[in-house]
Design a protein around this ligand. Structure first.
Ligand code: PHE
Length: 353
């Protein structure tokens, strides 16, 4: 037979006292905790031995003392486990694992900058404002009258073809295909004399997207209406505008062209930004880059907005912001403007370092 009950109790109470006297906070390492666990609960540990010793006691005593021994085992195991989790997640331990130098200065917060197209449009607006033009704007969703009819673009004209224009489903509206409707809105809003610029608005065309085409792009539109305005005013304004924008040695060239809303109309070229007119691959050896459409306001447009073409005359021009930026910065693909790749965008806003 094993030990008698009083002997068992003495050793069990000593074990319990030792367990109760253990202060978990004093066990500072996982190793020490492991040793303590073995000491009580390991094979041959003090509590393990007490539990084993129960076998030698009478059935009555086993029924009485067994649960006490089991509950001590359970509570001790739980306290050890809790301390183990504490130690594992302690600050010391994590600092040990991944040393972070908390004294290093933080990275400066990134500052926003202006998009190259915004910069380009602002620059153009700024020049024209100094020449006496004021800012005007119109909606992106237009009606047929402002986008086409009032601009003397007849019903059957191919520019109205579904291929070029996005029409709104079941509604008498469309997405403007150019910024020229802003001319009409400006003349409806105020009586001449009038000098307005629409700075870099979005326009929409049903184009296949590739390196040089986008279904959404930006235009700057300019309109001057007064008594006695001639083609010479257009030439002078554009020459000064282009020299301010692209440098004092920039030359302009006017080629005859056709737009419904101007008569006469011109396509305007500027001397190549790269070779200055000598001829290079960028200008395809011509020395010139095609830049914008322009002309003298067609009398039919004045009639459409209720102005007397005998009294008033004017000029207008419109140019693509992307096209200008592509030429100025020699950008190989129009899609770069819309993809928001920071490596691309960071190159433009020179005011921000
Ligand atoms: N709206 C024309 C276009 O989109 C450009 C233009 C504007 C031409 C003003 C003449 C006068 O092509």
């Amino acid at each position: 037979m094993g030990m008698d009950t009083s002997e068992w109790l003495r050793s069990f109470e000593a074990t319990r006292a030792a367990a109760d006297g253990w202060n978990p906070c004093e066990t500072e390492t996982l190793e020490a905790l492991g040793r303590l666990r073995l000491d009580f609960l390991g094979r041959g540990g003090r509590l393990t031995e007490s539990l084993k010793g129960l076998k030698g006691l009478s059935l009555d005593d086993r029924r009485k003392l067994g649960p006490r021994a089991q509950s001590l085992k359970a509570s001790l195991a739980e306290r050890i486990q809790r301390r183990k989790s504490e130690l594992e997640s302690s600050l010391d331990l994590s600092l040990e694992k991944d040393r972070v130098d908390v004294t290093l200065p933080a990275l400066p917060p990134g500052r926003g900058r202006l998009h190259p197209l915004t910069l380009m449009a602002l620059e153009m607006t700024d020049i024209l404002r100094r020449m006496g033009f004021s800012v005007a704007d119109g909606p992106l969703v237009e009606d047929d009258w402002h986008n086409f009819g009032a601009l003397n673009i007849p019903e059957h004209h191919p520019a109205r073809d579904m291929q070029d224009t996005f029409y709104l489903k079941d509604l008498p509206f469309l997405l403007r295909t150019h910024t020229s409707p802003v001319q009409i809105r400006a003349m409806e809003r105020a009586r001449p004399p009038l000098r307005v610029i629409c700075p870099g608005g979005r326009v929409f065309r049903h184009d296949q997207v590739d390196a040089t085409h986008s279904a959404v792009f930006h235009q700057v539109e300019c309109l001057a209406v007064d008594r006695g305005i001639t083609f010479a005013d257009l030439k002078g304004t554009l020459d000064v505008f282009m020299k301010s924008l692209l440098g004092p040695s920039t030359k302009t060239r006017f080629r005859p062209s056709y737009f419904q809303f101007t008569e006469p109309s011109a396509e305007v070229d500027v001397s190549c930004l790269l070779c200055g007119g000598k001829g290079c691959p960028v200008c395809k050896l011509s020395g010139w880059l095609e830049m914008l459409g322009a002309g003298v306001v067609n009398p039919a447009v004045f009639k459409a907005v209720g102005l007397d073409p005998e009294e008033w005359s004017g000029f207008a021009f419109g140019l693509g912001v992307e096209r200008l930026a592509i030429m100025k910065y020699r950008i190989p693909d129009i899609r770069l403007f819309y993809e928001n790749d920071l490596r691309f965008l960071r190159q433009f806003d020179e005011n921000i370092v």
